[in-house]
Design a protein around this ligand. Structure first.
Ligand code: TRP
Length: 335
């Protein structure tokens, strides 16, 4: 128990806004599994953030459960990691409100994700989309997290979280630990297969650019066969001039454990055809056991329920301790 207390804490989350992509698997979830021994880890399905963009309710529910099953199937052992649904822990909404009152209109207006998302959802620029970063700050600060594993696009959110925490600590004395972003070196940024200059994303309009974690093998192979490359027919790592080929090499490298030199040697003198097929097959093999395990878990609803209930209970215990400190500091009358 003594050691448990000293472990550094990690918190991260993914929005259940669609099917998980190969990018979230390689860039995030896959790396999380390795952290469980060294850190005290909390991972959530950020369903409260998801409704900042309009969702079909039944789909949101399904995506949340599938995401939990996929987390477990990817090696996140629920005995060693706290896996929970954000909306199951009311402290997120409660601290989110308090932090709204310590977050400035000006700083929220400058957030790149807010600007991007309001451009994409011009008919639904709601207040939740605007205050999204304050809720995310609550997610992190409630757990006094030391590290927040995120992709590069979320770094600005961790920075504003630190700013909010610093402001609050400055007014009321030490309350929140200041978190650092934790950006994995390998596979952090998997690019679209059709537009290799932008990140692989489930919101991409071109569905051929995005491979899903639980997609059927034949669909995965087809997408890799169609992947955008270039005209010089040489497998060489050069992200600047050969973004498509380099992205495929990155994926192949993570899937097979081979380095770029070995991959270049393997395909020297061959066209892109056999390379693309090999990459596709490596991804199919990498994902096969995860897909099968996810399907098996989804057939066992009672087990998944027991996992998210236990997760919510453990998460709420930690979160409520921070929340009651905050309530006291801001002057709320104790009940
Ligand atoms: N905003 C994150 C994303 O879209 C998801 C998220 C919500 C998150 N709360 C978080 C990530 C807390 C890390 C920590 O990817």
């Amino acid at each position: 128990m003594e050691n448990e207390v000293q472990k550094k804490r990690i918190l991260s989350g993914i929005q259940p806004s669609g099917d998980l992509t190969l990018g979230s698997y390689l860039g995030a979830i896959r790396n999380w599994a390795a952290l469980a021994d060294e850190y005290d880890c909390y991972y959530m399905m950020a369903d409260m953030h998801t409704i900042t963009v309009r969702q079909v309710p039944a789909e949101l529910r399904r995506h949340t459960l599938v995401q939990l099953a996929a987390y477990i199937a990817s090696g996140l052992d629920p005995e060693k990691n706290v896996l929970f649904v954000q909306s199951h822990v009311p402290a997120h909404a409660q601290l989110g409100w308090v932090l709204d009152c310590y977050t400035m209109f000006g700083e929220l207006s400058r957030m790149t994700q807010f600007k991007d998302k309001s451009a994409k959802n011009a008919d639904n620029i709601n207040a939740g989309l605007f205050t999204y970063p304050a809720l995310m700050a609550a997610d992190i600060l409630l757990y006094q997290a030391d590290l927040v594993p995120v992709g590069g696009d979320q770094k600005q959110h961790v920075e504003i979280c630190r700013d909010i925490a610093t402001r609050f600590n400055g007014l009321y004395g030490d309350t929140f630990k200041l978190p650092d972003p934790y950006i994995p070196k390998v596979g952090a940024r998997i690019m679209s297969l059709t537009t290799p200059t932008s990140k692989m994303s489930k919101s991409d309009k071109d569905q051929n650019g995005c491979v899903y974690m639980l997609e059927k093998p034949e669909d995965i192979l087809r997408k890799f066969k169609k992947a955008m490359t270039d005209s010089d027919a040489c497998v060489r790592f050069d992200p600047e001039n050969k973004p498509g080929v380099s992205n495929l090499m990155q994926i192949y490298s993570v899937a097979t454990g081979r380095d770029y030199a070995a991959i270049e040697a393997e395909f020297a003198g061959q066209g892109y055809g056999s390379f693309k097929t090999a990459v596709g097959e490596s991804v199919v093999e990498l994902l096969r056991p995860i897909r099968e395990e996810t399907e098996r878990l989804l057939a066992d609803k009672a087990y998944l329920e027991s996992v998210y209930r236990a997760g919510a209970e453990k998460a709420a215990y930690v979160a409520n301790r921070t929340l009651s400190k905050v309530y006291k500091k801001v002057g709320f009358l104790a009940r």
